[in-house]
Design a protein around this ligand. Structure first.
Ligand SMILES: Nc1ncnc2c1ncn2[C@@H]1O[C@H](COP(=O)(O)OP(=O)(O)OP(=O)(O)O)[C@@H](O)[C@H]1O
Length: 541
């Protein structure tokens, strides 16, 4: 087997075994070459080299063994630039997909090879969901099943995409994304453009909140898929209302506005109205003074898509809730799409009218969760791309590692770093980011200690510290010990011998073995994966 045959297969294996963002960030950019008969994998800089060596090299070796169980050619990791074999990977992935579809369906499959050549993602637009009569129970579950299936479909489609495609929605940029790049040439063109512009202004949407600018990751995967479905097929009872909830700054407004922007881009005649709950409340007060409730109701009842942000704010305001109840019922009865965002589940909104609470639960309620490290890095890279600033990987990783609370704060930190870079006329690297974020880092900086990890893990598994560092090797003690060693390796700067000595004077090879065992178990055992993720979250917070 040659390197050009081997590497695409290896990439495919890694893609299947690693979370998508980790794959895209670390593995996809690797290049390859041959030196003195050896196969060399090139990382583009020292940072990537160290990270790959520490976190992904065992996975690369495992993939090599799976492909070439008896192969003698060793793989060497170096810093540099070799040949990118992404196109070959893509071709291989597509061939695999076609073969599996052929095998399943027995029917021929056509592939747009044009996409292959251009290295563009294939269209992963989900197929429209058939409208079904509203049922009273299990609605959320069934919609989630459908989304889960759709995600699976998208996944298999995206497997046939270029490995370099990002997690950002793969659709082509909408007209809104392009910000009206066409220049009107005639008077009638001008009139049309102006009327479109004014219709867009009426929507109250922010043109920057598009799917193209929204990074997809673990924290918003389901909601993102549902949002795409709604943008395709608004008013489907299964997703009506679409209720997106989660804590502040996680992208609720961006996500729901992306639906509006996508719909408007597809058809500028669709009547869309985005409104923050505060504005609705103000409208009610004005209508009260002007005695114009009918006019106000009418204004909202004629829209095709109503997006209300932070709906929890209307809770406890009787007249506002009553008016919203009328508008809401009218729109749902007319099969018009309603989208709501909130800081909590419908049933948990204090002071909200019970009728509204139950109606909000009719459709699909999905939570946005805080982004994990890889998603935060991808968001920073997206923001940098949109702002046309160069952001070094290492700096992105550094910022993402330190700003964990929510995306708004991440964005704030990014803006500070960009401002500092412009002010000092310096590139954005770790040094500059450290200076720009000094005060935030000082507040967030809590050095991680071995004792803290041991205590946390011991508590989690219900064992004592003396069990943790003691000699007994029964499974119920060995597994927590291995977990604590792994976490110590990942979260502290301690060397393997230092970690070993902190666990009752054990050897560094014991720590290495522990790290390998946990890494292997995380691929095959859901319980270990869950425990690892939970402990990581507890320790990082
Ligand atoms: N997945 C993402 N990809 C790119 N940008 C994001 C993402 N999530 C959030 N953002 C950005 O983070 C910022 C805050 O997001 P947004 O205002 O939508 O949060 P929110 O959940 O509505 O917050 P709040 O509840 O406080 O209103 C926005 O600038 C948005 O573009």
């Amino acid at each position: 087997m040659t390197l050009t045959e081997f590497w695409p297969q290896c990439l495919l294996q890694l893609k299947q075994n690693l979370p998508p963002q980790q794959y895209q960030m670390w593995i996809a950019p690797l290049t390859v070459g041959e030196e003195n008969g050896n196969w060399v994998i090139f990382a583009r800089n020292t940072f990537a080299f160290n990270h790959i060596r520490e976190r992904f090299w065992p996975a690369v070796e495992n993939a090599r063994l799976a492909i070439l169980p008896h192969g003698q050619t060793p793989l060497i990791l170096k810093i540099g630039q070799g040949q990118s074999l992404q196109a070959a990977t893509q071709a291989q992935a597509i061939t695999n997909t076609i073969n599996s579809v052929k095998a399943e369906s027995g029917t021929p499959v056509q592939v747009e090879t044009e996409n292959l050549n251009k290295h563009e993602p294939l269209n992963t637009t989900p197929a429209p969901v058939e409208a079904k009569p509203r049922s009273t129970t299990k609605r959320t579950e069934s919609a989630q099943d459908i989304i889960a299936k759709r995600l699976k479909n998208n996944q298999s489609k995206s497997d046939s995409n270029t490995a370099e495609s990002s997690e950002v929605s793969p659709r082509k940029p909408s007209k809104v994304d392009k910000k009206e790049t066409t220049t009107p040439t005639t008077e009638s063109d001008n009139v049309l453009a102006n009327s479109k512009k004014s219709r867009y202004t009426d929507t109250n949407l922010n043109p920057e909140h598009t799917f193209a600018a929204l990074v997809q990751g673990k924290g918003n995967r389901l909601a993102h898929a549902a949002a795409l479905s709604i943008a395709e097929n608004p008013g489907n009872s299964m997703y009506n209302p679409f209720f997106v909830y989660g804590s502040t700054g996680l992208g609720k407004t961006h996500l729901v506005q992306a639906i509006g922007n996508q719909l408007f881009a597809a058809d500028a005649k669709v009547k869309i109205r985005y409104i923050h709950a505060d504005e609705f409340i103000r409208g009610i007060m004005n209508a009260f003074h002007a005695k114009s409730f009918d006019a106000m109701r009418q204004q909202y009842q004629q829209v095709d898509l109503l997006i209300m942000d932070d709906v929890q704010f209307i809770a406890g305001k009787d007249r506002t809730m009553e008016e919203f109840f009328y508008v809401y019922n009218h729109l749902i009865d007319e099969k018009k799409q309603v989208i709501l965002t909130c800081d909590t589940l419908p049933t948990h909104i204090d002071g909200m009218d019970d009728r509204l609470k139950s109606r909000f639960s009719w459709g699909l309620s999905l939570e946005l969760e805080p982004p994990e490290l890889e998603m935060r890095v991808a968001i920073l890279q997206k923001k940098a791309e949109l702002a046309q600033v160069k952001l070094e990987d290492e700096a992105a990783f550094f910022i993402a590692k330190h700003i964990r609370s929510n995306v708004r704060e991440l964005e704030g930190a990014f803006k500070r770093v960009v401002a500092q870079s412009r002010f000092a006329s310096r590139p954005i690297d770790v040094g500059l980011a450290t200076e720009a974020l000094q005060d935030i880092l000082a507040v967030n900086h809590k050095p991680m200690t071995l004792e803290h990890i041991q205590n946390t893990v011991a508590k989690f598994y219900g064992i004592t510290i003396s069990d943790m560092v003691g000699k007994k090797r029964t499974r119920n003690l060995a597994r927590p010990r291995q977990m604590a060693m792994t976490l110590a390796k990942e979260l502290t700067p301690l060397s393997l011998p230092a970690i070993g000595s902190g666990f009752g004077g054990r050897d560094h090879t014991t720590v290495m073995h522990a790290v390998k065992s946990i890494s292997k178990l995380r691929k095959s055992d859901a319980e270990t994966t869950k425990a690892y993720e939970t402990l990581m979250m507890i320790l990082r917070d």
